[in-house]
Design a binder for this molecule. Structure first.
Ligand SMILES: Nc1ncnc2c1ncn2[C@@H]1O[C@H](COP(=O)(O)OP(=O)(O)OP(=O)(O)O)[C@@H](O)[C@H]1O
Length: 570
């Protein structure tokens, strides 16, 4: 679905809620007349007539109406909270999908903050910010009542409201830009800290802390400077508005008393006018107080709108059957996300279902980049990758993921148990998880850990050794019997036992007719491949049956190929 539609649909659902809120706000504001009317009656009627019965009746009516007022307030906030949750429900999954896409395609975009934006917008919708805005249209009504009591009272109240409003606008104008900059510096500092802290061991071992800290501190300081400037300006205006607010109370009571002395209004009107002005100023005051939230919500709205407009959502294609595992690449040109400079160029090959392809070549040749394009995490600049003849883009990502096994060079396990990691965080039975571990030859290894399959790993969990991670990563790749398995240097950290397990796993995959693509220089693994593709300087140097490509005598250029692969180990 079009991204903009998802966002505007969610806003549309909210619009009906907004109408309900406005209606509720109208009723609530109408009920706010209860207080001043009661005062008016008590001062001008009860005290004059000295009738206790009248007082009782008036009090009874006022209490009943105030109870209705309380229920209305409660209902309004309930409606808003429910609507906020619905809004969140509607947007959070499509947004998460876009954040993943955006992080993949524009790694520098810091799009993870969009997830917070949705919270900010929801908080505005469900909090006092929106309610204050809905109360604003009632300000003139309260002011008109003040005019009805006496024009002078009306002018005092209107003057106060205007001054407070002007102060609020000044506050917005003088702090908007600075607060925006502060926010941007804050995000940059947080992003820097998050990414830096992932490598704490290197930081400590290489004594990099001081330099990284000062880099972070510079970003943090910039944010603080901006915030301080904004807070200074806002502080002056806020104190001025508090002074004006309190001064107005004195002014309206003073004016009321003067008019009462002159006999132009009753004492009840004096008190009622003071309450009316309080009601008129309350929403203005609240909007001033909530201004930061209002601005935050507006910025969050703009960022989310931009995100939904520019980052495409996952298109749903016709469901394709489980692939057999045929893989082909045609004239692939691959660049890193966000870059137009090709890392890999002119790669074309095809492997049949059940074949094993070895990718070899010196460091930086582009093997991992090619692998990323083969599993669809990098979108090629030109050319196509096909699985069973269907272009990568024609598969639904989550569906294709079920048929793929991928072990990246940096294994990338997630916070959770070993079992959850192997099962890719899907619902799975213990048997399925154990079967994958057995296929990867790491069942015994996992059982020897303190909590076995329930061992917590990843962020905050037990840290596994490089070899253990790689073997658990292999089990994850083999989970649920994928049709195509892509392994990027699967033996990089393995000991003899781990390598044996890997060889056994590859043999079993071959026997079961699964397609395998792996990157490795180890002769032991290369011997298992049917075909070999040699890469150098981002280009395909040779492709064909392994024996022909790697055999110096069998293939013209074979000796040269062996040299291009670089140092091979037994
Ligand atoms: N995320 C990235 N952003 C920008 N450039 C990248 C990225 N990843 C890799 N490259 C560049 O692409 C080129 C090929 O890298 P790649 O990792 O594909 O090579 P490789 O053959 O797998 O190397 P190795 O055997 O050392 O893993 C390198 O020059 C590298 O700098």
């Amino acid at each position: 679905m079009n991204g903009n539609n998802v966002f505007s649909d969610a806003l549309k659902t909210y619009r009906s809620v907004l109408v309900t809120t406005i209606v509720f706000s109208a009723a609530i504001n109408a009920l706010m007349f209860v207080g001043p009317l009661y005062m008016l009656q008590v001062y001008d009627r009860v005290l004059q007539s000295r009738s206790e019965m009248t007082l009782l009746v008036l009090t009874g009516i006022a209490v009943a109406m105030l109870a209705v007022y309380g229920v209305m307030e409660w209902l309004r906030s309930r409606v808003l909270v429910r609507a906020g949750l619905r809004f969140d429900n509607q947007l959070s999954s499509p947004l998460f999908n876009r954040v993943v896409t955006s992080t993949l395609t524009q790694p520098a975009s810091r799009s993870e903050f969009a997830l917070m934006d949705i919270d900010r917008l929801r908080e505005f919708f469900t909090g006092t910010g929106l309610i204050a805005l809905c109360d604003v249209p009632w300000v003139p009504v309260f002011l008109v009542i003040c005019f009805v009591f006496h024009p002078l009272l009306g002018w005092v109240a209107t003057g106060g409201a205007v001054i407070i409003f002007v102060l609020a606008v000044l506050n917005e104008v003088t702090t908007r830009k600075t607060l925006g900059q502060a926010n941007s510096h804050s995000q940059a500092a947080q992003h820097f800290a998050n990414t830096t802290l992932q490598n704490v061991e290197v930081i400590r071992a290489l004594g990099m802390e001081q330099h990284l800290r000062s880099r972070w501190a510079t970003m943090h300081r910039r944010m603080l400077e901006m915030q301080a400037i904004a807070s200074d300006r806002a502080g002056v205006l806020l104190s001025m508005s508090k002074f004006v607010r309190m001064g107005l109370q004195v002014a309206i009571l003073g004016t009321g008393a003067y008019l009462a002395l002159e006999g132009q209004i009753s004492p009840g009107m004096m008190i009622a006018a003071s309450i009316m002005m309080g009601r008129a100023l309350a929403p203005v005051d609240q909007v001033v107080g909530q201004w930061k939230q209002v601005i935050g919500a507006r910025q969050a709205y703009a960022r989310l709108k931009q995100m939904f407009a520019t980052v495409p959502g996952e298109e749903q294609h016709t469901q394709l059957p489980r692939p057999e595992g045929r893989v082909s690449a045609e004239q692939l040109v691959i660049a890193a996300p966000g870059s137009r400079t090709p890392i890999v160029q002119g790669v074309s090959f095809e492997i049949a279902a059940g074949e094993t392809l070895a990718l070899v070549g010196p460091s930086g040749a582009g093997k991992s980049s090619l692998v990323r394009a083969l599993v669809g995490v990098w979108h090629p600049l030109a050319g196509t990758v096909r699985i069973d003849g269907s272009e990568m883009d024609h598969w639904n990502r989550d569906e294709l993921g079920q048929y793929l096994g991928y072990l990246p060079q940096n294994v990338e396990l997630f916070a959770g148990t070993i079992a959850e990691n192997i099962a890719r965080f899907r619902e799975a039975t213990s048997d399925q998880v154990i079967l994958a571990a057995q296929k990867a030859g790491c069942h015994e290894l996992i059982q020897s850990l303190p909590d076995g399959y329930e061992t917590q790993i990843g962020v905050g969990g037990q840290q596994l050794s490089g070899g253990q991670r790689q073997r658990v990563g292999l089990a994850r790749a083999l989970f649920d019997d994928p049709a195509l398995v892509v392994l990027d240097e699967p033996n990089a950290n393995l000991d003899m036992e781990g390598e044996d397990a890997l060889v056994q796993a590859l043999k079993a995959l071959k026997e079961n007719g699964r397609t395998v693509v792996f990157v490795s220089h180890k002769m032991g693994l290369l011997a298992l491949s049917d075909k070999t593709l040699i890469m150098a300087d981002g280009r395909m140097r040779a492709f064909g049956p392994t024996r022909e490509v790697l055999q110096p005598k069998a293939a013209p250029g074979g000796r040269q190929n062996a040299a291009q692969i670089g140092q091979m180990s037994a």
